[in-house]
Design a protein around this ligand. Structure first.
Ligand SMILES: C[S@@+](CC[C@H](N)C(=O)[O-])C[C@H]1O[C@@H](n2cnc3c(N)ncnc32)[C@H](O)[C@@H]1O
Length: 292
């Protein structure tokens, strides 16, 4: 589907405002820069003893896809899956979630401060004995180990997709499951918003602006797994930013947004307008349906 002309024009106008990001993906993956960026973010979580895990780690109005992930992970645990790799685990919200369910977890991240925060969260939540955290590059820090579940949360766009899929295939057990949640890169309105926000607040790094996964990469993910399921979320995300703080509308927002996502994005195929998506490949269990 083509994006609309005004969004494309606005997008390129914002790009030309300055060098918010390098546009060549191959030059924008500087590991030192990425780890410094996330060390700064991780240091905030490190100081926060109230840090949460699973879908509770995100604001409620953004939680729908994370609830889906929680449900998939719970179901996998119920059918006996026991080992969990959290690639690019950041401050460990999903490592700890899986460990609380009884998984043996390995979390890897390139940011030492994020790993310190993950280690701290696991201690606070009393699951340190089930977690092993590693500081290092996601795709080169493990030996031959294989896992029942490999999860990547909002980080696949930092990795070379071919290499990441080779890695997942090599480290996933034969009946293993791959789950990821990623920001959708082909929504023209969100691209404009992200660039504007990066310009104004300076809180985005280059890969977030130039390497997010879109249709082409989702097709690549689908090809890599014999069975897969993709759900799209967040048609109203920008509206939600404004509405959620309002008293009555705010309370109803979530239920309305879920219905709209289910119908528009997932049934009638308008997923080009989504904010993020959950991919679940190689299913040993049926995809739980939280929105029947
Ligand atoms: C947006 S954060 C997501 C963190 C976590 N998965 C979550 O959902 O809260 C992206 C993470 O990817 C990590 N990362 C980026 N490139 C990486 C690499 N090559 N190897 C390991 N971690 C990496 C960053 O340090 C950061 O913690």
């Amino acid at each position: 589907m083509r994006s609309c002309w005004w969004a494309e024009r606005a997008n390129s106008a914002v790009k030309s405002l300055g060098d918010v990001a390098a546009d060549n993906p191959s030059t924008s993956l500087n590991h030192d820069e990425i780890s410094r960026f996330y060390d700064r973010i991780g240091s905030k979580t490190l100081l926060d003893d109230t840090a949460r895990y699973g879908c509770e780690s995100v604001p409620p109005f953004l939680a729908a896809p994370y609830r889906q992930i929680d449900a998939i992970i719970q179901q996998l645990r119920r059918v006996g899956k026991s080992s969990f790799l959290d690639l690019c685990c950041g401050p460990g919200a999903y490592s700890v979630y899986a460990a609380k369910l009884g998984f043996d977890v390995v979390g890897i991240d390139i940011s030492a401060v994020s790993i310190a925060a993950a280690t701290h969260l696991a201690e606070v939540q009393q699951v340190s004995d089930r977690c092993r955290f590693v500081v290092g590059d996601a795709l080169t820090s493990l030996n031959q180990e294989t896992f029942d579940v490999i999860f990547i949360g909002s980080a696949l766009y930092y990795l070379d997709l071919h290499a990441a899929l080779d890695f997942v295939r090599a480290h996933l057990k034969a009946d293993g499951e791959f789950i990821c949640i990623e920001t959708y890169g082909d929504n023209p309105i969100m691209s404009v918003y992200r660039r504007l926000r990066a310009r104004v607040r300076g809180d985005r790094d280059a890969p977030t602006l130039t390497r997010l996964l879109g249709e082409r990469q989702i097709a690549q993910l689908r090809r890599a797994f014999p069975t897969s399921h993709v759900r799209y979320y967040g048609f109203l995300t920008l509206v939600g930013l404004v509405l959620v703080p309002l008293p009555i509308v705010g309370q109803r927002y979530e239920a309305i947004a879920r219905k709209i996502d289910r119908l528009l994005l997932n049934r009638f195929g308008f997923h080009r307008w989504s904010f993020n998506f959950v991919f679940h490949g190689n299913r040993a269990v049926d995809e739980p349906d939280l929105d029947p």
